[in-house]
Ligand binder design. Structure first.
Ligand code: 5AD
Ligand code: SF4
Length: 440
C-alpha cells in the first residue's frame, strides 16, 4: 500500500501554489494524498508569518498532533514555509514542539525530498534553513489541485521593505524567472486545458528589474496573452509605485486579460503611507486609478488595507475611508496591523490600542461590504461569462467566477467544470450571484 501525505497550508496564493509544489515532490516519492490526518504517514505544514494570527493558527494545529505522533511514532511531521524561515523561529518551534521531525524554509523547498530521506534514515530531527536565496529551481513540477485555474510564479522575493512587512525577510530579494520558462509553462497549461492563468509575484510590476535586459512585466504580459487558446489571464500583486501605463496598454490590446487589477493601497493617508515606506502618495494612487479607468472604463480594482498602523490618527483613518469611497473598490482585504518582530514598524512608538484598531476595522469592513453588495445588485438582470470551477455539494449548484472575481452559482444537468458559461443573474446575495445558465 502506498504511503500517504497530508498538507496543511496557511496564507496567500503564493503558499497555496508552493503547497502544489510540495505535493509534486511527495507524489514523486510515491506518496498519495489523504484528507484524514490519522491516515497520513507524513504531514507537512506550509506556514505563513505575515500576521500574528497566521502563526497562532499553525502553532495550534501543530500542537494538536502531539497525541497522534505518540500513537504513531513512524508519522513524519514536517514544518516549512515562511514561519520557519523567520529568524530564531526554528528554536521556538523546537522548544514548543519537540516532536517535529523536519524543518525547512521557503528558500530550500526543493530539498524536501532529501530531507525526508535523511529523516527516514535517522532518529534525530532534520533542520535545514537556507539564510540567503539561491538560484531559481526549475525542476519542481507542481501537482495542481485547482483546475481550471493555474498559478504561475513569474518571480520570487521582494525588495520593497514596507515598514510593517516581514515578507522581504523570509522570501529574500527579487528574482525573476526566465521568460522562456514562464512562456513554456503557460503554453503547456493551456494545452492541458487550464482556462485561467494567474501570474504570481510579490510585486509583479518589477519583473525583470533584477536581470535588467529591458524585458519588462508589460512585455511578459503581452507575450503570455499572445499565447493561442481561450483562457483568462490575471496577475497579482501590483505595487502602486510601479504600476504603469505600459501594463494598461497591454491590457487594452488583449481581451484575455481580466479587467481586474489588485492594487493594494494599504492606507489613504499620506502620513501613514510615508511611515509605511510605500513610496507613493494618495494623489498618485488616485491618478493611477483614473488613468486605468479612462483607458478601460469597465475595470474593477481590489485592494489590501491595513488599519491601526502605529500613529494612525482618526483623521488618517478617515482619509482611508474617503479613498475607499472615491475608488469604489470591487472588494478589499482588510487587516488590523500586526506587529512583526524584525520590521521597522515594530520599533515605532505610537502603537495603537486594540480597542481603537477593532473599532476602525469594523467601520471599514462595513463600508467595504456595502460597496461590494451595491455592485452585486447591479448585476441582477445582466448576463455574465462565468468560468465554472467546482460543484457545491451542499447547495447542489455549480459555481464559478466572472472576470471580476465575482462568484456565481447555477444549476446544470451536465458537469460544466472547466467550461465558460453564460449566467443570467437573477439574484444577488452579499458578494455572490445566483442565476441561470443560458445559451447565447
Ligand atoms: N499587519 C497587517 N497586515 C499586513 N500585511 C502585510 N504585513 C502586515 C502586517 N504586519 C497585509 C498587507 C499586504 C497583505 C498581503 O497583507 O495589506 O498587502
Ligand atoms: Fe510586503 Fe511591501 Fe513586499 Fe508587499 S511590497 S510583500 S507589502 S514588503
Amino acid at each position: 500500500m502506498k504511503q500517504k501525505y497530508h498538507i496543511v497550508t496557511y496564507g496567500c496564493q503564493m503558499n497555496v501554489h508552493e503547497s502544489e509544489k510540495i505535493a509534486g515532490i511527495l507524489r514523486g516519492m510515491g506518496y498519495e494524498e489523504t484528507n484524514a490526518t490519522e491516515l497520513a504517514d507524513i504531514i507537512v505544514f506550509n506556514t505563513c508569518c505575515i500576521r500574528e494570527n497566521a502563526e497562532n493558527h499553525a502553532f495550534g494545529n501543530i500542537g494538536a498532533l502531539k497525541k497522534l505522533k505518540k500513537q504513531k511514532p513512524s508519522l513524519i511531521i514536517a514544518v516549512g514555509g515562511c514561519m520557519t524561515q523567520e529568524k530564531g523561529k526554528t528554536d521556538v518551534l523546537k522548544a514548543k514542539f519537540p516532536f517535529i521531525d523536519i524543518m525547512f524554509g521557503t528558500l530550500n523547498l526543493e530539498e524536501l525530498e532529501s530531507l525526508i530521506l535523511q529523516k527516514r534514515a535517522q532518529k534525530k530531527r532534520v533542520v535545514s534553513i537556507r539564510e540567503k536565496e539561491g538560484e531559481i529551481v526549475e525542476t519542481l513540477t507542481p501537482y495542481r489541485t485547482s483546475y481550471p485555474n493555474a498559478w504561475v510564479n513569474i518571480m520570487y522575493g521582494c525588495n520593497n521593505f514596507c515598514s510593517y512587512c516581514i515578507v522581504p525577510y523570509v522570501r529574500g530579494r527579487e528574482r525573476s524567472r526566465k521568460k522562456e520558462h514562464i512562456l513554456a509553462e503557460v503554453k503547456q497549461l493551456v494545452k492541458d486545458g487550464y482556462k485561467e492563468i494567474t501570474l504570481l509575484g510579490q510585486n509583479v510590476n518589477s519583473y525583470g528589474t533584477d536581470v535588467n535586459d529591458g524585458y519588462t512585466f508589460a512585455n511578459l504580459l503581452d507575450d503570455v496573452a499572445s499565447i493561442d487558446g481561450k483562457f483568462r489571464l490575471r496577475f497579482m500583486t501590483s505595487h502602486p509605485k510601479d504600476f504603469n501605463v505600459d501594463v494598461v496598454a497591454v491590457m487594452e490590446k488583449h481581451r484575455k486579460i481580466c479587467r481586474l487589477v489588485h492594487l493594494p493601497v494599504q492606507s489613504g493617508s499620506d502620513d501613514v503611507l510615508r511611515a509605511m515606506n510605500r513610496r507613493y502618495t494618495r494623489e498618485k494612487y488616485l491618478d493611477e486609478i483614473e488613468m486605468l479607468r479612462s483607458r478601460l472604463p469597465e475595470t474593477e480594482v481590489t485592494t489590501d488595507i491595513i488599519v491601526g498602523f502605529p500613529n494612525e490618527t482618526e483623521e488618517d483613518f478617515l482619509d482611508t475611508v474617503d479613498l475607499v469611497k472615491k475608488v469604489d473598490f470591487a472588494s478589499a482585504f482588510t487587516f488590523v496591523y500586526s506587529k512583526r518582530q524584525g520590521t521597522k514598524a515594530a520599533e515605532m512608538d505610537g502603537q495603537i490600542p486594540e480597542d481603537i484598531q477593532k473599532d476602525r476595522i469594523m467601520r471599514l469592513v462595513e463600508l467595504v461590504n456595502s460597496l461590494t453588495r451595491a455592485k452585486s445588485e447591479k448585476y441582477v438582470g445582466k448576463t455574465v461569462e462565468i468560468l465554472c470551477e467546482d460543484y457545491d455539494e451542499k447547495k447542489g449548484l455549480y459555481l464559478g467566477r466572472d472576470e471580476f472575481g465575482r462568484m456565481g452559482y447555477f444549476q446544470s444537468d451536465t458537469n460544466v467544470v472547466g467550461e465558460f458559461i453564460q449566467l443570467k443573474v437573477t439574484k444577488a446575495n452579499g458578494i455572490s450571484l445566483y442565476g441561470e445558465k443560458v445559451e447565447v
